[in-house]
Design a protein around this ligand. Structure first.
Ligand code: SF4
Length: 438
């Protein structure tokens, strides 16, 4: 008897790491329950899914141009589904604009994917849906790393952000589920975990079974007990929730990577207030300096939005002052872009002129490039421990240090999966080169 071939799924993911994880779940769920295997060739797929982001306008525009192309080039009878944040906020309007779309599944409804995939016209966008205790099938994309969503949604109301409208209120995934999942991944060879959430360090505020509150610090302590797990990373924490207890755990826990993402957004307390971020310039500086003083090798990455409505030259200068003082290792810079369903739309009258906004962004990028070169050059001559995980075609092997420095050495696949001391011999703006230390 000839074997029945599995159907083929092509999936395109836009946006953040949570979307990457959601796509992994979609792939695994559809494989386990609906016999789909992934293909990278859109034209041979029986099902095409685009997992979207709506944090900025560009990915939304990209969605419609991409699915239009997919519809023209897809094989006859292939279905098209739209998932993720844009699915949440546009819902059935996606089908009005693109009637060939078969189903729409919001960012908080991924667990329903296997049920809607065969239902023409299905729209599942309930932002109150509780999937915090749903046991997702899990795709293993890396031999050495795993990523888990620890919470869903966000209780904050940052005035520029569409996420609370697309992912709903924050709900935490029970710690025992997380520990069991990570343990399973470690048993299968993972040495590193990335904990994901819109606001990871407010973890434990609410569980769907009504159990007592917990904290992110407690979760870090629990996860650290897993034997064989060497590194814990997380993103994104909120500066407001970086209290002393969290900072102390971060400093003293050897399994926590000493690279932290601290999204500044603006260095002006006035603008931070208008963004409803809940902290001041001084609080941010105090938290960052406390960590830097305690951990010499600490690296800090950040997000900055320039030209938020009402941002004066002085406010922008406040941001530049913080950047100069802290010298971030990486900055994800954005020019403010108005998003639907956000409170900042009411500030339209005080939006910053686009030419000024562009100039501010360019100046910030240039300043940051100077800092990056200077910071990486400081590593030359040092010996640092690197975990190697990627063999390149040019004979180089790439790996990351505990504080997320990207390091290349000449070597072979014998280095893969090992922690090795490397003497750094040169630095570019974004990576280091070294040789295995004797
Ligand atoms: S903390 Fe603010 S910026 Fe981050 S997801 Fe929540 S509302 Fe958006």
């Amino acid at each position: 008897m000839s074997k029945v071939e599995n159907k083929k799924l092509f999936i395109q993911t836009l946006g953040c790491q949570m979307n990457d994880t959601d796509s992994e779940h979609i792939i695994a769920e559809l494989h386990e329950h609906k016999n789909y295997d992934v293909t990278t060739v859109m034209e041979e797929a029986d099902l095409i899914i685009i997992n979207t982001c709506s944090v900025r306008e560009k990915p939304v525009q990209k969605l419609f141009s991409e699915i239009g192309q997919f519809n023209v080039k897809k094989k006859p009878g292939a279905k098209i589904g739209v998932c993720g944040c844009t699915a949440s906020h546009l819902g059935k309007d996606i089908m009005k604009r693109a009637p060939y779309v078969d189903f729409v599944v919001g960012a908080r409804n991924i667990s329903k994917i296997k049920d809607v995939v065969d239902v023409k016209g299905a729209v599942e966008i309930d932002i109150d849906h509780d999937e915090s205790t749903y046991e997702f099938a899990k795709l293993k994309t890396s031999k050495y790393r795993t990523a888990v969503n620890i919470s869903i949604g966000c209780d904050k109301q940052c005035t520029y952000c569409i996420v609370p409208a697309t992912r709903g209120d924050e709900i935490s995934i029970p710690p025992e589920m997380l520990v069991a999942q990570i343990q399973k991944d470690v048993d299968n060879g993972a040495v590193e975990v990335m904990l994901l959430g819109q606001n990871v360090n407010s973890y434990g505020r609410r569980f769907s079974d009504g159990r007592a509150k917990s904290t992110f610090t407690k979760l870090l302590q629990e996860i650290s007990k897993i034997d064989g797990l060497r590194r814990i990373r997380f993103t994104s924490p909120h500066p407001l929730h970086m209290g002393d207890e969290f900072l102390e755990e971060f400093v003293k826990n050897p399994k926590i990577s000493k690279c932290i993402h601290m999204p500044l957004q603006s260095g002006s307390t006035k603008i931070l207030k208008s963004m409803k971020r809940g902290y001041s310039k001084e609080w941010f500086l105090n938290r960052a300096k406390k960590l830097k003083d305690a951990i010499p090798e600490l690296r800090i990455t950040t997000d900055i939005i320039v030209a938020f409505p009402g941002e004066s030259d002085e406010d922008y200068q406040d941001t530049i002052d913080v950047v100069k003082e802290l010298k971030f290792d990486q900055i994800f810079n954005f020019k403010y872009s108005p998003r639907p369903n956000t409170a900042a739309l009411d500030l339209k009258d005080i939006e910053v002129d686009d030419k000024i906004a562009s100039k501010r962004l360019t100046d910030l990028i240039d300043l940051h490039k100077e800092h990056q070169s200077e910071l990486l050059a400081r590593n030359v001559g040092k010996t640092i421990e690197v975990f190697f995980e990627d063999l390149k075609s040019n004979g180089e092997v790439a790996g990351l240090s505990d504080n997320s420095l990207l390091v290349f050495v000449q070597g072979s696949d014998e280095l893969l999966g090992k922690f090795v001391n490397v003497k750094i011999i040169s630095a570019s703006r974004t990576a280091l080169k070294g040789e295995i230390a004797k």
